[in-house]
Design a protein. Structure first.
Length: 90
């Protein structure tokens, strides 16, 4: 069963440094086994669905593939939709 995740990539497309086209980033996530991959503007934030097994490997795979394809390393932080929920005030 797949779950919704948000991947936060540090330092992507900031100040003209570490350029990474979002269509390329989407393709990297798809090749890593993610589904329903979408990006948010040019921020390097990616929303996707994946099984727990796939999501466990995503940060390392994405970091490695970006380094291999674009020549720099960037941390990848994953959060589930549940982790991002803000508790409602009573």
């Amino acid at each position: 069963m797949s779950e919704m995740y948000l991947a936060l990539l540090r330092g992507i497309n900031v100040g003209g440094k570490n350029k990474l086209p979002m269509k390329d980033l989407v393709e990297i996530f798809i090749r890593a086994g993610c589904e329903d991959v979408r990006t948010y503007i040019q921020s390097g934030n990616v929303i996707f669905r994946a099984s727990p097994g796939v999501s466990a490997r995503v940060p390392g795979q994405i970091t490695t593939q970006i380094a291999k394809s674009f020549g720099y390393r960037t941390p990848v932080i994953l959060r589930t939709a549940e982790q991002l929920m803000v508790p409602q005030a009573n």
